[in-house]
Ligand binder design. Structure first.
Ligand SMILES: Cc1cc2nc3c(=O)[nH]c(=O)nc-3n(C[C@H](O)[C@H](O)[C@H](O)COP(=O)(O)OP(=O)(O)OC[C@H]3O[C@@H](n4cnc5c(N)ncnc54)[C@H](O)[C@@H]3O)c2cc1C
Length: 429
């Protein structure tokens, strides 16, 4: 089973995965003259991984001096180049360039503008593997909740934080949308970083992260995700399939900079029952298809476009890897960037917060310790090191560096509730 299969518009497929030798063999089948370049590329991405992930991924970048320290290494690795430019130095075949450069899309970046540091994903996958939690991401969340529960951590589910309470420049608690006030010694937020500052931190406390500065940032693309339950199985599907459209650079420009939906599409098709058959009844499959689309800055009218896009996606799947798909559909629903804005509360409905460009990475990204508010700490996709589960977990690890100050500042006090028991009972219903 490949980690993922990349299918081109001309019907050719590249099975990405396996051992180093198997990968080299797959490259040879596509373009024999690129084998030597690919072996060099493998060495380079390992080097980038060692610096970018192992040395810098878990480190805080809250001081410019920490940035200055790593600049020489980033210069040697030519982090100013984009992932696509970096890969093109080693590979001449355009199809292979696409295979080895699309990975920034997994963390919200355009391969033509994402710093080449992100080619470390190639080595990350080879070293640690590509994994799927049995039971799906929900199982992962359930396991984390259980762990937290065992540590005595209490959750308030289905509650929205409306504001971070700040006194004398220091976070003192949060106000929930239902009016409940929770006091605490520090706030750690994994809300979308630009939305956190814009919506939850009153303007008067924001010297650095003003609305103006935030709006100048480059935001990641939006996502349209179509979920399908079908009453048949496509055994030849891989767990992960990337269906690349005819155009690459132009399509990416339209997704990241454009104001409308492109006519051609590139899709990611997820078939989790390939690995975990329990995710659908016997003889059935659960699938989802993800199309990168412009975020809400594009002003697309999703009430009109969503249905049209859904049909175009089904057309592509029927003519490529899932013939007869429509007849087999039992349930289907989709989410648009509006879901990301309204339910996950991301600014401009992005799928991955801000883009991982060079000038929005490390020190330039939202710091894990707030520059504006004492006692406010940030984790999650918009912070250092970036989006995707490995990045987000690293951002949580960065906070370990701040534990002594977190504990001393707050005298290790648990969160206090400033609302009366009656108010609280009513509001938390
Ligand atoms: C369809 C899809 C597939 C993906 N597949 C993969 C994958 O295979 N591997 C991988 O590594 N990554 C994957 N990702 C990316 C990964 O899921 C994200 O990068 C990651 O979940 C981001 O974590 P986060 O904690 O920053 O944000 P989230 O996971 O979005 O968590 C933030 C939470 O905070 C809540 N919240 C926000 N504001 C408030 C507020 N004011 N009050 C209360 N709650 C609030 C939101 O509702 C949300 O539940 C995928 C993403 C998508 C959309």
């Amino acid at each position: 089973m490949p980690w993922y299969r990349i299918r081109f518009e001309d019907g050719r497929s590249f099975n990405y995965g396996g051992t180093r030798e198997e990968l080299i063999e797959a490259v040879r089948c596509f373009s024999p003259s690129d084998v030597s370049g690919y072996t060099q590329l493998l060495e380079k991405v390992e080097l980038i991984y060692r610096v970018g992930f192992e040395e810098l991924g878990n480190q805080p970048f809250d001081k410019f001096s920490s940035m200055l320290r790593v600049l020489p290494k980033m210069a040697i690795l030519r982090s100013d180049r984009s992932v696509y430019n970096f890969v093109s130095k080693y590979l001449a075949d355009e199809a292979l360039r696409r295979v080895f450069s699309f990975q920034p899309l997994l963390v919200g970046g355009n391969p033509f503008h994402t710093t080449s540091i992100y080619s470390l994903i190639q080595h990350l996958e080879r070293k640690d593997g590509v994994h799927f939690a049995q039971g799906g991401t929900t199982a992962l969340v359930g396991a984390l909740v259980k762990l937290a529960d065992e540590q005595g951590i209490r959750f308030h589910f289905n509650q929205q934080v409306a504001e971070i309470n700040i006194e004398d420049g220091r976070a003192t608690g949060v106000r929930l949308a239902n009016g409940v006030q929770l006091a605490c010694s520090c706030v750690v937020a994994n809300a979308d970083a630009p939305a956190l500052y814009r919506e939850l931190v009153p303007k008067r406390w924001r010297k650095k992260w003003t609305d103006r500065r935030i709006e100048k940032m480059k935001f990641s693309m939006g996502l349209f995700v179509l979920y399908l339950g079908i009453k048949r199985i496509y055994p030849e599907l891989a767990h992960h399939t990337i269906l690349l459209g005819r155009r690459y650079k132009e399509l990416l420009e339209e997704i990241f900079e454009g104001k409308m939906l492109s006519e051609d599409l590139s899709l990611y098709l997820h078939a989790p029952t390939r690995t975990d058959p329990d995710l659908a009844p016997a003889g059935c499959e659960s699938l989802y298809v993800l199309a990168p689309v412009p975020n809400l800055l594009a002003g697309i009218d999703w009430s009109h476009e969503a249905q049209r896009l859904e049909e175009r996606i089904l057309d592509i799947l029927e003519t490529t890897v899932c013939p007869g798909l429509r007849e087999a559909i039992v349930v289907r629903f989709h989410v648009t960037p509006e879901h990301f804005r309204d339910n996950l509360l991301t600014h401009h409905g992005t799928g991955f917060s801000i883009q991982p460009t060079l000038l929005q990475s490390a020190w330039f990204r939202f710091h894990n310790r707030s520059e504006d508010v004492q006692g406010l700490y940030l984790v999650g996709a918009g912070t250092h090191p970036g989006a995707g589960l490995p990045g987000v977990l690293c951002s949580a690890k960065v906070l370990e560096h701040y534990l002594p100050e977190i504990l001393s500042n707050g005298n290790d006090e648990p969160a206090r509730d400033r609302t009366s028991p009656e108010q609280r009972e009513e509001a938390l219903q």
